[in-house]
Design a protein around this ligand. Structure first.
Ligand code: ATP
Length: 301
């Protein structure tokens, strides 16, 4: 049995996010282009001789009981496989919380992977995905990583070709957005065609490996709810474009904004400006990263 695993749980942005309809069971049917970014939470899993799941985290306001998605993920597998040992999970958060970057889902996906490996349960990635969707709609994607089309409620996944390399600037304003609030306030019948992103066009642009075509087609229907509520999101988008981003978009239900840069120098300067310059009042957290296309999960130690 493995006694310790050191893993990275990567965040995502949506290059495209469309909502097709609300299903009778309350879930929304989506069509999303998912893209992993290089920003990650660090997760260490330690084997304990005594039973039980213990969670330790660097963020005092996160739950450490069943309400934490890492706890849920561990419990799901450990109960199913009647595991008598216990584990301690050290969760070091760097991905902004309640930000539209699927941080919690990625943590859960990583713990599913880790518990499967630690106790040699022999589940395939697909089998982990089937269990993951019970924890959250984005968990299956977080087990797949890279560039992908996500449909249904998020469980129907099609891998897409890797995105060309570029710089990605991520900025989260000092507001937190509840995903539930955004979906509840999405008024699909009142929206025009221009509010919906061209997902098929985006798939084609990704196939062409053309970062400019991709940037042109960035679109997120949830901006129609979140931006009127928090105009600072539009201000950050405008600022990024003014500072040289080819384009910028809100990720998921927000409020995080990401900007795509093809010039490392411009990206660096935009980072400095949003982090330390006059624009620093717009965003509370700012990161300069890139698209992360490695699908394999590896144990670092
Ligand atoms: P998504 O992009 O999937 O909508 P998000 O970025 O909006 O996700 P998360 O940061 O994944 O949101 O989760 C936010 C909520 O989930 C918070 O209420 C937080 O208390 C709870 N939570 C539970 N477990 C975690 C975790 N491991 N990391 C972050 N938040 C967690």
């Amino acid at each position: 049995m493995i006694r310790h695993l050191g893993l990275k749980a990567y965040g995502k942005v949506n290059l495209g996010l469309d909502v097709l309809r609300k299903r009778e069971d309350g879930y929304h049917e989506v069509r999303m282009i998912m893209q992993t970014v290089g920003l990650y939470d660090k997760i260490d899993i330690y084997l304990k001789e005594t039973p039980g799941i213990e969670v330790v985290t660097n963020l005092y306001y996160l739950p450490v009981n069943e309400n934490n998605l890492v706890y849920k993920a561990a419990k799901l597998l450990m109960e199913e496989f009647h595991i008598l040992h216990g584990i301690r999970i050290h969760l070091n958060k760097f991905i902004p919380v309640s930000a539209g970057m699927a941080g919690g889902s990625s943590d859960a996906a990583t713990v599913l992977f880790g518990v499967n490996k630690m106790f040699q349960l022999g589940l395939t990635r697909e089998e982990l995905m089937e269990r993951g969707v019970k924890i959250g709609a984005d968990v299956p994607y977080c087990l797949m990583r890279g560039t992908a089309l996500s449909e249904g409620i998020g469980e129907i996944l099609t891998p897409l070709p890797d995105m060309p390399q570029c710089q990605v600037l991520i900025a989260k304003p000092g507001v937190s957005v509840s995903t539930k609030f955004v979906y509840e306030h999405l008024d699909l019948p009142s929206l025009g065609q221009e509010d919906h992103p061209d997902i098929d066009g985006m798939i084609e642009a990704i196939g062409n490996r053309n970062i400019f075509q991709v940037s042109e087609r960035l679109g997120n229907v949830l901006e129609t709810v979140t931006i009127p509520e928090y105009p600072v999101i539009a201000q950050i988008k405008d600022k990024m474009k003014e500072l040289g981003a080819v384009n910028a978009l809100m990720s998921g239900s927000g409020p995080t904004v990401f900007g795509i840069f093809t010039s490392p120098r411009a990206a660096e300067m935009a980072y400095e400006e949003l982090r330390y310059g006059e624009a620093k009042t717009l965003a509370k957290q700012v990161y300069l990263t890139n698209f992360y296309n490695t699908r394999e999960v590896t144990n670092e130690q």
